[in-house]
Every structure is written in structure tokens, then in C-alpha cells.
Design a binder for this molecule. Structure first.
Ligand code: ADP
Ligand code: MG
Length: 518
């Protein structure tokens, strides 16, 4: 019944396990090599279509409030519903926002802007058509520059940016039996940004989107919140053999609700398409959806069954004319944009590219830094404080930068205390900074004194401590003098201990060295 001892020992023989591991390892490596060589034969082509919801008070063609949330179907007038006899009116602020974005991406801005109707039937489209721009997008050309992980810069050309209105929202998961429709979003102003097929990987798409979001946030035309749907993106993906002179058949992927998921959907699609081609099959031109839970894309509809939108010029709207004078006015009121800040930070303030990018990432952080450097000439110190102690403090408490209320002047005071050798860096970040967060009314100097953090920089007093410390190590001093200079740390550490951590490290080092050399 029971296995005999010999059988057990065979079962436990490690060489079997080793063989198995070896086999699996070879299979993995072989698979990886095969994958890489196959993958390497192809070039990936990606173009993105982004929709950004504009931060206007009212809708694109009516005076309904354009606000996220609100009780369902409360921001819906007869104009939004397209009742007979009602007329749309173009939202001037939306035009201004489009021009702002156009200037920021170096696009050509069209003088005569017409609107067009895109017709289709859907429950969340009350008018039965969407007012958009067809042949006359407000912006053409321009580009977005982004930085990849390896530091290289990627330039993606833009095809067009056009104005349109959003549809309502179909809610499938609130009621067990029916789909509910909320028309509050119907008519919200959108800009659609269409890129040229210039992107070559999921990573590049991610970097591009990050840049788009940064830009629209700096311009304050969109909150860039992909999770809430105010920034949406469809990815067009195809693969072709390297060196081919024609792009492959493209597949459009929708329904990604984060930048990460855009990257994942693209990565999945690349492998799916290459696998199909390698198996001798062809790619179907279709629209697919991304399932974030399963991390895969699945077919929604084929291109053959695509709608015919029967575009025609919107008869209820006059064209909008944009003059050069108007463009100049908008340009004059543009905030300083990330690219300009980057130049200033690296050229004038001599920050590293990495530090500069970190600070520019969020407009509020950059604004804070701009105030801070008016109060200190230690630019690197200012950057370090923002990216170090302040960031950690906020992260640990799950706060965002807008919750950070300490005045730039306080940080400048702290930096000055450190630079003057009055307090150590670690005392400043670990004790003084938290104290000042609790007591914004205190000055940095007051708080440092109260906490007894002011370093001992009186050299007479320090000299006494140095002598006392050295007296403890007569043999070590001999060793030091015979060349074991690494012992310096021991002596310095001892004096620091005697000073209860308050000696100015720079002065201390110098004094110990001088004393030893006497
Ligand atoms: P459609 O007429 O299907 O909407 P467009 O020519 O308007 O196609 O392009 C839509 C998006 O698809 C653009 O961002 C464009 O750069 C991109 N695109 C076009 N052709 C390809 C392709 N072969 N592979 C990947 N992306 C593509
Ligand atoms: Mg198109």
C-alpha cells in the first residue's frame, strides 16, 4: 500500500526537479528569443484621437450649465434636446479655449469655421445628430513634444483639432433591467485632438497623453481627468513589416479609462496582430473595446458595419470668423507653458533636466517653485525641498499639492537657516518642517530655537569638544597620522555626540582635521 523507501527517494531526487527547471528555463528563453525575433520583424504604427471636455460654464451651443454631476437630466433645456424652433448659439469661451490650445501646439488656426451635422441614432443623442466640424477643423497641423523614459524626445505631429459637443450618458449598471439615460452631459463642449500616425509603441502613446494632459491643465481648458471621462482617448493601431511602404490595416480600440490602460491595450493589440499575421491570417479593420480586468481587447464592430454619418453643413449656425487680432489677444493672455518653464529652470536656475521635469509635472508645484525662487537664490535647494520633504509629507498623508498651505517664505527661511549652517538638513526636514506645518504662525527661526535645533557654530566652544573627544582615542590618533585617514569619521562622530547633534558638520570636520594635523 505504502510507497517503499526506494520509491520515495526517487521521488525526492533533486536531479529530477533540476531537469524540470532546466527544461522550463530553456523553453522560456527559447520562447522569448522567438518572440523577440518575430516582434523585431514588425513596425508598430499608432495614431491617437483624444477628446477633451472643456471647462466652460455653459454648454457648446446652449446656456445649460456644463457641470459634472448634478441630478440626472436637470441641465437639459429644449435647445439641448433640439426641439423644433430652437436655435443653437456657439459658446464664445469654447472658441477661445480651442484657439489657446492651437497656439500652444503651434497649429494653424482657421479663419472661417463652419459647423457640420453628424447624423446617427442613439438613445443618448437627443437631437439625432451631433454638431461638430467636418471639413473645417479650427486647428490643423502643430505638434506635441514628449519625453520618453530613456530621455529621448518624441515629436508627434497633429492632424487636426476640431470643436464638437458631447453626447449624454447611458448608464447600464444602475438598473437591473433597463439602461438609464442622463442627458446632463449632452451638449458639453469638446475638442477632439487627432494625431498623425507617428507613435511607435505603447510607451510613446503614454508619454504623448501625459503631455496632452499637462498642456490642457496648464491652459486651464480641461481638468484632464481620464477616470471621470473629461479626457478620453481612442487608439488606432496597426503593424507592418519593417521597411514596408504602406501601413497595415488599422484597428481602433476604445474604452480605456487610464493612461496605463491605453498602453496595455496597445501592447495587447500589437501582439495579437503580429500573431495573426505570423499565422498567415489578415487583420480585420474593426473597432475593438478594451477589457481592463482581463487585459485584452475584443471586437465591437467591423468597419463594414460602420455608420454613414451623412455629414452636412449645420444650417442653424453661421460660420465663426477668427481674426489675427483675436489670436494675438489670446496669445497675450496665455500662461507660461511647460516648455518655456523647462528652458528657464534648466538654463537660468541650472536645475537638472530630471528636477525640472519633476517640478513642471504639476502646474501648482511649478507656480510654488516660481514664488520660492523669488525668495532664495538656492534654486537647487528649493527644488530639493519641493521634491523631498514637502512631497513626502503630502504623500504620507494622502494629500494633494493644493492642500499644501505653507507660505513659500517659510520654506525660504528654512533654506536660509540650512545655508547659514544654523541647522542641519535632517533636523530641518524631520523636526522643524513638521513643527511649522503645525504652527504656521511661527517663523522658522523661532521654531528652530524652541526645538533647540540651532547648531553650535561657535568654534571656541566646539574646539573644547574636539579636544575632549580626541583625548579618548590616543592610539587611533597615531593610526590616523600613519595614514589611516578613514578614522576621521570616528572622531567627527564622537564630537557630534558630545555636541548632542548640534555641531555644524562643515565647521566640525574642518576643526577636527586641523586639530589632528597640529
Ligand atoms: P478614419 O477615417 O478611420 O477615422 P483617419 O484617417 O481619420 O481614419 O485616422 C484616424 C486616426 O487613425 C488618426 O489618429 C490617424 O493618425 C490614425 N491612423 C490612420 N491610419 C493608421 C494606420 N494605418 N495605423 C495606425 N493608425 C492610423
Ligand atoms: Mg477620422
Amino acid at each position: 500500500m505504502f510507497p517503499q523507501i526506494t520509491e520515495i527517494s526517487v521521488f525526492c531526487d533533486l536531479s529530477h526537479l533540476q531537469n524540470l527547471l532546466n527544461f522550463l528555463y530553456k523553453k522560456c528563453i527559447f520562447g522569448l528569443l522567438k518572440f523577440m525575433s518575430v516582434y523585431d520583424k514588425y513596425e508598430v504604427v499608432i495614431g491617437l484621437e483624444c477628446h477633451i471636455q472643456l471647462l466652460t460654464k455653459t454648454k457648446m451651443y446652449s446656456s445649460d450649465v456644463a457641470e459634472y454631476g448634478g441630478l440626472p437630466n436637470t441641465h437639459v433645456s429644449v435647445v439641448t434636446l433640439g426641439h423644433p424652433g430652437t436655435l443653437p448659439v456657439v459658446n464664445e469661451r469654447a472658441i477661445e479655449f480651442a484657439v489657446k490650445l492651437g497656439i500652444a501646439v503651434n497649429a494653424n488656426i482657421r479663419e472661417e469655421n463652419q459647423f457640420a451635422r453628424k447624423n446617427y441614432f442613439y438613445a443618448d443623442l437627443p437631437k439625432g445628430y451631433q454638431i461638430t466640424q467636418d471639413k473645417t477643423p479650427i486647428c490643423t497641423g502643430g505638434y506635441i513634444l514628449s519625453k520618453l523614459k530613456d530621455g529621448t524626445e518624441k515629436k508627434v505631429a497633429l492632424t487636426r483639432i476640431h470643436m464638437e459637443e458631447d453626447a449624454g450618458k447611458s448608464l447600464h449598471d444602475i438598473d437591473a433591467f433597463d439602461t438609464l439615460v442622463d442627458l446632463n452631459r449632452a451638449g458639453t463642449p469638446l475638442l477632439e485632438i487627432v494625431s498623425e500616425p507617428d507613435l511607435r509603441s505603447g510607451e510613446e502613446a503614454y508619454a504623448y497623453l501625459t503631455e496632452v494632459r499637462k498642456l490642457v491643465r496648464y491652459l486651464e481648458i480641461c481638468d484632464g481627468n481620464m477616470e471621470e471621462g473629461s479626457l478620453r482617448c481612442d487608439a488606432n493601431i496597426s503593424v507592418m513589416l519593417k521597411g514596408a511602404n504602406e501601413f497595415g490595416k488599422k484597428v481602433e480600440v476604445k474604452n480605456m479609462n487610464s493612461f496605463r490602460n491605453v498602453q496595455r491595450a496597445i501592447d495587447f493589440e500589437i501582439i495579437r496582430q503580429i500573431d495573426l499575421l505570423e499565422a498567415g491570417k489578415s487583420i480585420a479593420g474593426e473597432t475593438r473595446s478594451y477589457d481592463a480586468v482581463k487585459d485584452l481587447t475584443f471586437s465591437l464592430r467591423s468597419k463594414e458595419s460602420a455608420n454613414d454619418y451623412r455629414y452636412f453643413p449645420e444650417p442653424d449656425l453661421q460660420p465663426v470668423f477668427i481674426t489675427q487680432e483675436y489670436i494675438n489677444k489670446v496669445k497675450a493672455n496665455l500662461p507660461t507653458l511647460p516648455a518655456q518653464l523647462f528652458k528657464t529652470y534648466t538654463a537660468t536656475y541650472k536645475l537638472s533636466e530630471y528636477d525640472a521635469h519633476q517640478i513642471i509635472e504639476l502646474k501648482e508645484v511649478a507656480a510654488y517653485f516660481n514664488e520660492l525662487v523669488k525668495l532664495t537664490a538656492n534654486y537647487k535647494g528649493a527644488a530639493n525641498w519641493l521634491m523631498g520633504p514637502i512631497k513626502s509629507y503630502l504623500n504620507e498623508r494622502a494629500l494633494s499639492f493644493s492642500d499644501f498651505k505653507m507660505k513659500p517664505a517659510r520654506i525660504a527661511e528654512i533654506i536660509a537657516l540650512i545655508d547659514e549652517g544654523k541647522i542641519s538638513n535632517s533636523a530641518a526636514s524631520q523636526r522643524l518642517f513638521p513643527e511649522l506645518m503645525e504652527h504656521p504662525e511661527k517663523s522658522a527661526k523661532e521654531a528652530a530655537k524652541e526645538l533647540d535645533l540651532i547648531q553650535n557654530s561657535n568654534s571656541n566652544e566646539l574646539q573644547g569638544l574636539v579636544d575632549a573627544a580626541l583625548a579618548k582615542f590616543p592610539e587611533k590618533i597615531v593610526e590616523y597620522k600613519s595614514g589611516k585617514v578613514g578614522l576621521l569619521g570616528l572622531f567627527v562622530g564622537e564630537v557630534m555626540k558630545l555636541s548632542k547633534g548640534k555641531a555644524d558638520p562643515k565647521l566640525l570636520n574642518q576643526l577636527v582635521k586641523e586639530t589632528l594635523e597640529k
